[in-house]
Design a protein around this ligand. Sequence first.
Ligand code: SF4
Length: 372
Amino acid sequence: MRDSPKIEQGRFNDIRECIGCNICLAFDSLGAPIRCTQNPTMGEEWRRGWHPETIPPKDTDDTVLVVGGGPAGLEAARGLGQRGYDVILCEESRELGGRVTREARLPGLATYGRVRDWRLEQLKRMKNVQLLPGNRVTADLVLEAGCSLVAIATGATWRGDGVGRYHAEPIPGLDDVEVFTPDDIMDGRLPQGRVVIYDDDHYYMAGVIAEQLVAAGCDVTFVTPEPTVAAFTQYTAEQKRIQRRIMELCSAVHTSTTLARTEPGTAYLACTYTRRETAVAADAVVLSTGQIPRDTLYQELAELGPAALEEAGIRRVVRVGDALGPGIIAGAVHSGHLFARTLDTALTDETPYRRENVTPDWDRPLPSRGTA
Ligand code: SF4
């Protein structure tokens, strides 16, 4: 029999509150499997047999160390804890939440904190999950932890060299100017004066940084290689509002334009069609371009080799979330959940979920649930 809704049961804190990101709409618009930032089972109910509320009980004797308390680490620990596994989650910062905690402080992104809040609410009731913020984990500590599975969920770092979708090589001249990344801004290190924001990410980050810097008194020039500001947000139905806001806030907006090179006091912009250059006065540049995984700990453990790990009782070390592949928050949450369900995040050539028959043998029975 179907349970009554959580709201009727008075279980308000068990409700995964929507953060309003419209990633569900974006993936649906793109014709990709629908995704939800808060609920990683959305779109996987039939394909993978994932129920949004229940999860199979544990079926191994593993104990799990999760390193990193961002969206992927929190979701991995929560799912594993719900399954009955003993879990230790260590986070270097004194605050849990990783990128969602940091991004939630940027203008207009406060609701992103709900990704952390719902998970912490669930985790605090789990006696089998230890949360240890303010603990930096080294390779030696991993070996001493005594856990048989290790999930590295240490996130990603924004690049400071301009490499991204447009530039495959670092932008020349950046050593001679003050360069800031979204990590700097989120750490409270802000530029001053005339600032060029170069957006080769095309989502929300550069726009909210522009909002913050203009409020802090900066004179901002916004530059993007795409024909529109925050081009990806056309899929989340936010693009027109964001472009209007950026055009109102910034001194100048250059679309179809790349940051070609810099010199002290000057940023040289180039049209992506003609390569014609324009010089813009700049005391600093903010680069919202690519990210690289923070996977040093994973690499250190990999270098130790399987024998050393086995001797320490570790049978598998995996990366999850942005430490595996930087992306959107929904991707990190999904990755953490996938690990909690499968104790693995390896990609294989086998279709990992059921699909409809579209071939002439349409009447062939579908494989049993969850085994395709
Ligand atoms: S994807 Fe975002 S907007 Fe859509 S339901 Fe999930 S949290 Fe809400």
